[in-house]
Design a protein around this ligand. Structure first.
Ligand SMILES: CC(C)(COP(=O)(O)OP(=O)(O)OC[C@H]1O[C@@H](n2cnc3c(N)ncnc32)[C@H](O)[C@@H]1OP(=O)(O)O)[C@@H](O)C(=O)NCCC(=O)NCCS
Length: 179
């Protein structure tokens, strides 16, 4: 019997030299999509500041790369504490964006899965996703595939490209309910 092939994609830590591509990927989604409610894409200085805050806090920030070319960045994902106040310390929010050239090739699932593993290892209990636009089928399906359930919706809270937009809230527990 032959050994199974290793996965073609991996999620690895995001390093500072990856941020130029990360900024371009995010700018594409800000300018063309409703998954992010930002209107103006943050520049590289601002993306670097956001990345520094997240990795400085010890929270996960990963990119997806082909196993055969670890310098290539196919997307990024990260987690932040849901809200700053101390009682939220075990509840995190995740964000995930794949490069427009590599959609539907597994990067989103690999990255989100790695972020969830890191959060579980760090003792996080609840993970939330605030998904821009109730018509965002790709993101809703990705989170469902990774074990998230629909937890609610905020109706008509966003406005972009002349459309009024909902936010879909999805949630996944990483620990048994009683802890
Ligand atoms: C959501 C997003 C990150 C998915 O990334 P991706 O790399 O294409 O995802 P994957 O290839 O890993 O797909 C994993 C699963 O997600 C779901 N999915 C992904 N794209 C989909 C689509 N267009 N329609 C329906 N389901 C989709 C499927 O369940 C898929 O599993 P399958 O291919 O086995 O059916 C990507 O579409 C994206 O960057 N969207 C814009 C930004 C955004 O909305 N981000 C979320 C903000 S929280």
């Amino acid at each position: 019997m032959t050994a199974p092939e290793p996965p073609a994609l991996i999620a690895r830590p995001c390093f500072q030299q990856d941020l130029e591509v990360v900024q371009l990927i995010y700018a594409h989604h800000v300018l063309t999509g409703t998954g992010s409610f930002e209107i103006e894409p943050p520049n590289l200085v601002e993306m670097t500041a956001r990345w520094s805050r997240i990795v400085g806090a010890g929270w996960p920030f990963v990119v997806a790369s082909p196993r055969s070319d670890l310098s290539r960045v196919m997307g990024f994902a990260y987690a932040t504490q849901f809200r700053d106040r101390a009682a939220y310390s075990r509840s995190f929010e995740v964000s995930v964006y794949s490069a427009p050239t590599t959609l539907r090739s597994g990067a989103g699932a690999v990255m989100l899965s790695q972020v969830l593993t890191s959060l579980r290892d760090d003792g996080v209990r609840e993970v939330l996703a605030f998904i821009g636009d109730s018509a965002n089928a790709a993101s809703i399906a990705l989170h469902r595939k990774l074990g998230f359930n629909h937890a609610g919706a905020l109706s008509r809270v966003g406005e972009k490209f002349g459309r009024v937009l909902d936010v879909v809230i999805m949630q996944r527990s990483l620990a048994p309910a009683k802890t």
